[in-house]
Write a protein that binds this ligand. Structure first.
Ligand SMILES: Cc1ncc(C[n+]2csc(CCOP(=O)(O)OP(=O)(O)O)c2C)c(N)n1
Length: 347
């Protein structure tokens, strides 16, 4: 593995070479690489399209965090649930959303996943258990709790994963949700994506205990810290937590440590940040680390890895072309559709 800077070592104490868990099939490893490459390509194009004013609404790239969403979603099934954040493209793609319908949504087109009304920050795909991205920090917590409560009431064995940032952990709803999940022993995994920043605020400025997983002790549940740049680490920790939750073992708090590589939103130039720290982040690039591991471990040839990456890029490019050229603007008379569950609008 390439040199990891001192700062990185301090922030990511668990950073070590990748190693696939024993028994993880080649197919699963290929899926992981494909999805991580697709997320990277999707958000790289979103950044360009946003800067060119081709897509609407604020957009937050998931670049650098791909290992977290993919590692976690590979450990659950289509019937399970996830709740998301303002940085939700990676979660949605990892859960299996259609790339064309997703890109159309960001273009504000009628063929989009949410008919163009959700956009980047409120994208949802309930059919695959993706309960929704949300612009309100911390508000995905009760969504996941509700899904876990329904699993308990219906006794159907499903689990819910709640993705959220380190900034979200200082919201009141975070504490209320985990306390209730713990007290009622619900099948939910709280997955903190700790990238050390909430917009331009460093975690250390606002939180005394930097190891956020340790908060689990206060709720009487298990807490685990993993390297968020390492897809296999995330996968193994989430799989263990999911297996436990399905057997009635209750919630787990997982802190996936990574560093935000890009700005808070796609046009943020991070002038408030040490530029050396940003370039150092790229040495831990989760996509490159996975590609390197798969070739070095002779799981796949370099040609196969290149092909997987190119196929993912091509899929995203086809999604851009579809959203740009084949989709339509929402008709004006659909403005009030899909706002209330029963379709009634009271003005
Ligand atoms: C309740 C609430 N407070 C403040 C904001 C403004 N805001 C948007 S994103 C953000 C930072 C979130 O940081 P974090 O949860 O760590 O997620 P990250 O962006 O790092 O992935 C803030 C403060 C908001 N959207 N909602």
């Amino acid at each position: 593995m390439k040199n990891i800077c001192k700062n990185m070592k301090t922030l990511l104490p668990g950073l070590k070479p990748l190693k696939a868990p024993s028994g993880l099939s080649k197919k699963k490893q290929e899926d992981m690489l494909y999805k991580m490459c697709a997320i990277r390509a999707f958000d790289s194009r979103v950044k360009e399209l946003w800067m060119a004013s081709e897509i609407y609404g604020l957009a937050h790239a998931y670049i650098g965090a791909e290992a977290i969403a993919v590692g976690a979603c590979e450990a659950i099934t289509k019937d399970d649930f996830i709740s998301s954040t303002h940085r939700g493209h990676g979660h949605t793609l990892a859960k299996g959303a259609d790339t064309k319908a997703m890109m159309a949504e960001l273009f504000g087109k009628y063929e989009g996943l949410n008919r163009g009304k959700g956009g980047s920050m409120h994208i949802a795909d309930v059919d695959i258990g993706m309960l929704g991205a949300t612009g309100i920090v911390g508000s995905g917590m009760p969504h996941a709790l509700g899904a876990a409560l329904s699993s308990d009431v219906l006794d159907n064995g499903t689990v819910a994963i709640c993705f959220h940032g380190d900034g979200g952990t200082n919201q009141g709803v975070w504490h209320e949700t985990i306390n209730m999940a713990a007290a009622w022993n619900l099948p939910v995994i709280f997955l903190i994506e700790n990238n050390q920043y909430a917009i331009a605020t460093k975690l250390e400025w606002v939180t005394k205990e930097q190891d956020l997983y340790k908060r689990a002790i206060g709720y009487g549940i298990e807490g685990v810290q993993v390297d968020g740049f390492n897809v296999f680490d995330v996968y193994s920790a989430v799989k263990k937590a999911v297996d436990k939750a399905r057997k009635g073992g209750g919630p787990t708090l997982i802190e996936a440590r990574y560093l935000r590589i890009l700005g808070h939103f796609v046009a943020d130039d991070q002038a408030y940040r040490d530029q050396g720290e940003i370039s150092d982040c790229w040495t831990a690039d989760p996509v490159e680390r996975l590609k390197e591991y798969l070739v070095d471990s002779e799981t796949f040839s370099q040609a196969k890895v290149d092909k997987i990456e190119q196929t993912a890029k091509d899929e995203i490019e086809a999604a851009v072309e579809y959203a740009r050229n084949e989709c339509t603007e929402p008709p004006a008379d659909t403005l009030y559709d899909d706002i209330y569950a029963n379709g009634e609008v009271i003005i």
